[in-house]
Design a protein around this ligand. Structure first.
Ligand code: FES
Length: 365
């Protein structure tokens, strides 16, 4: 009897799944939504062919919404406010939206399919994001798994940005991947050098983009990117600042420190840079040079696995317990963090415990 029930459940589940699949295929191949209008902020109207995601429909019309996962619904960055149209909220969107956002009609634009006229609202700043064509000028081997890229911009030839912001880089098809993806990377140059985009890219095992960059990309190759995005930049204050980065989280701070140096900043700045072993450290000499050149800048590399680097004489262990002795006045200090979600969470918690109210971060998560 029990096996009969299980058999029936399996058969019905199979039929249900098959019908759902048929509906998806039919929707993909047969549905014709015709032309649809996207009204943006009541100021701009786009006519697009229905059937694509809102994210892609906007990008095809040079309106670029942040997206680090290439539209797979896993980064939660592509939020827009949908005032009308857009269909029902999908289960894939819910984990990325808080109660306020749900109430206000915020949606993940990569999950919203344009099937009818839509009215949306986006921050005005997104209108200034551009698509750039560039060529690879230099590839630098920082460590065994981390490369630096210098991309010379061709069209447009300059990018206006604030030190610390990010761009989205487009990959190309290559032997191991027919998929073209777009991934977010912080700019590692300062705004004064606005004819190039410098990136620091650490290899992710089997990552489509990082395999492309590490194994296939060559000098003089053409690339496309969009930007600038994000609000990870130094606030215009004269407070003390604590920077904390892990791995390729070095990128925005490289640009920020170059920028502060050029502006002759006198602020008290302490920069903790975390790496697993000495083999994972890079740009240490350059940062030590800034210690000499800047009024009040200290660079502290920290190794988390000192047992693998027996000759290491510097700081080791976790960064948060090291913060106390470098904070002069928590009420007059800002924290800036870039790295893994775990590093951000533990450092932010410690900074708040120490009384630092303003903590800004850029997470890899
Ligand atoms: S693009 Fe990443 S969630 Fe939409």
């Amino acid at each position: 009897m029990l096996s009969l029930i299980i058999n029936n459940v399996v058969i019905f589940a199979g039929i249900g799944g098959f019908l759902a699949l048929l509906l998806v295929i039919a929707d993909y191949f047969l549905a014709n939504y015709g032309d649809c209008q996207i009204d943006i902020n009541g100021k701009k109207k786009l006519t697009v062919k229905g059937g694509s995601s809102l994210l892609n429909s906007l990008a095809e019309n040079n309106v670029f919404i942040p997206s680090a996962c290439g539209g797979r619904g896993t980064c939660g960055l592509c939020k827009v406010k949908v005032k009308e149209g857009g269909g029902p909220l999908l289960p894939t969107e819910r984990p990325y939206l808080d109660a306020d956002e749900l109430k206000n009609g915020v949606r993940l634009s990569c999950q919203v399919k344009v099937k009818e006229d839509i009215i949306i609202s986006i921050p005005e700043a997104l209108f200034s994001i551009r698509k750039f064509k560039g060529v690879v000028e230099t590839i630098i081997d920082y460590t065994y798994d981390t490369k630096g890229l210098v991309i010379k911009l061709i069209e447009p030839a300059k990018i206006d940005f604030k030190a610390g912001q990010y761009i989205q880089l487009e990959s190309k098809k290559y032997a191991k991947s027919k998929q073209v993806v777009s991934r977010a990377y912080s700019m590692a140059n300062c705004p004064e050098n606005n004819n190039v985009v410098e990136l620091i890219i650490r290899r992710v095992p089997d990552g489509i983009m990082t395999t492309f960059v590490h194994d296939y990309l060559k000098k003089d190759d053409e690339l496309y990117l969009t930007g600038p995005y994000g609000d990870f930049f130094i606030r215009d204050t004269d407070t003390d600042m604590i920077f904390v980065a892990g791995g390729s989280g070095m990128a925005p701070f490289k640009g920020i420190i170059e920028d502060l140096y050029k502006k002759e900043s006198k602020q008290h700045i302490v920069y903790f840079f975390g790496a697993r072993t000495t083999e994972d450290l890079f740009l240490v000499d350059e940062m030590k040079e800034y210690e000499k050149k800047m009024a009040d800048f200290t660079f502290i590399p920290v190794i988390s696995q000192p047992e693998k680097s027996p000759d290491w004489k510097g700081e080791s262990g976790y960064i948060p317990p090291l913060l106390d002795k470098h904070i002069r006045d928590p009420k007059n200090t800002e924290g800036y963090l870039c790295g893994s979600p775990a590093l951000i969470a533990s450092t932010e918690k410690k900074m708040k415990e120490l009384g630092i109210e303003n903590v800004y971060y850029d997470s890899f998560g």
